[in-house]
Ligand binder design. Structure first.
Ligand code: PMP
Length: 342
């Protein structure tokens, strides 16, 4: 068999063994499943969906509801199987020999570029995590990826700076997976910039990571091309209904967002000395506490490279965050006794 070179060089997926952690703060998920009443209502709706039938080839109804939610037209919205899938599809639309990323950032941009057989050029974020001079490398770039709020640093890029990058005319994918926790968004810029594609998801604030629903927002012209590469029937009828259901319960969603933001700020205040300010549902901390926490049943993400010695901690439920605080304080005390970092 002749395996394509770019596939041969991709790392094998490491499906991490099920972490025996009682507290999972490593995946930036929403800590809340639907409350029982709402879950029952949703399950009632799902039970009416005929499973022998395909979903709509293209999910117009959900796209209309999302468009209304953003004050845009249905032509500006395209739903897919998680925003991850959209990253891969977008790279199939445009020409150019490399993508631009700003590390440390979300790993899937580089993954899909490798899959497409194109290079990933990294213009690292500045010391304070602001964008560097990516414009300098924009010639013949296929796509510039900007993640805001950025995973794993948690900061947003100022709108003014995003506009400067858009002015290059290169397609810009603005990944706003965590925008609901930042209280600001740039989806409206698609009205002025044809080269902007904003990615959003139901996996975070809307709590539907298991349903795999993401969407792109772009101008009608750009979307016209993007729709050509989306395979029909790609999103399950069950997931489509779940997303529509959540859009009908935005009061509940907003309540959860408020809760998570309050808890995020509580965690930040507790660890101000070690944590970076965050506009997402997680915090980056300069604490090498991954193994220590895991031994105590708390899973967080261990970072590497430039962020060696850092962890990314997803904001959980109050009691989960209490457990994190208690254990991290213990970790810090132990490190201080050992004189680590002196
Ligand atoms: N973008 C960023 C920045 C993310 O952190 C994630 C999830 N970890 C995604 C996109 C993927 O979202 P989805 O579940 O919609 O594929």
């Amino acid at each position: 068999m002749r395996i394509r070179k770019n596939v041969r060089y991709l790392p094998k997926p490491s499906f991490s063994p099920k972490v025996p952690a009682r507290v999972r703060l490593d995946r930036n998920e929403n800590p809340f499943d639907l409350p029982p009443g709402l879950k029952k209502e949703l399950m009632g709706e799902l039970s009416k969906i005929p499973l022998n039938r395909y979903p709509p080839a293209y999910p117009k109804e959900l796209e209309e509801k999302i468009a209304e939610f953003h004050g845009l037209e249905p032509e500006n919205v395209m739903v897919a199987n998680g925003s991850d899938e959209l990253i891969g599809l977008i790279l199939k639309v445009f020409d150019g020999d490399h993508i631009l990323i700003s590390s440390p950032t979300f790993g899937m941009y580089g993954f899909f570029a490798t899959l497409e057989g194109i290079e990933t050029v990294d213009v690292p974020l500045e010391e304070d995590f602001r964008l560097g001079d990516i414009e300098a490398f924009s010639e013949n770039a296929r796509v510039i990826f900007i993640c805001s709020p950025n995973n794993p640093t948690g900061n947003v890029q100022p709108r003014k700076r995003i506009i400067e990058v858009l002015e290059t005319g290169v397609p810009v994918v603005l990944d706003e997976a965590y925008a609901e926790f930042a209280g600001e968004s740039n989806t409206d810029l698609v009205k002025d910039y044809d080269n902007l594609i904003v990615l959003r998801t139901f996996s975070k604030a809307f709590g539907l990571a298991g349903a795999r629903i993401g969407y792109a927002v772009a101008s009608e012209e750009t979307m016209d091309y993007l729709r050509r590469v989306l395979p029909p029937f790609s999103v399950s009828s069950l997931s489509l209904r779940a997303a529509e259901f959540m859009l009908g319960h935005t009061d509940y969603v907003n309540h959860v967002i408020r809760y998570i933001i309050d808890e995020r700020e509580r965690l930040y205040r507790e660890f101000k000395e070690y944590a970076y300010p965050s506009r997402a549902n997680f915090l980056l901390m300069r604490l090498d506490a991954h193994d220590f926490l895991l031994e105590r049943g708390i899973a967080v993400l261990k970072l590497s490279g430039r962020l060696e010695g850092h962890i990314r901690v997803t904001v959980g439920k109050k009691e989960e965050n209490d457990a994190l605080i208690e254990n991290l304080k213990e970790f810090i005390e132990k490190e201080e006794k050992l004189g680590v970092g002196d």
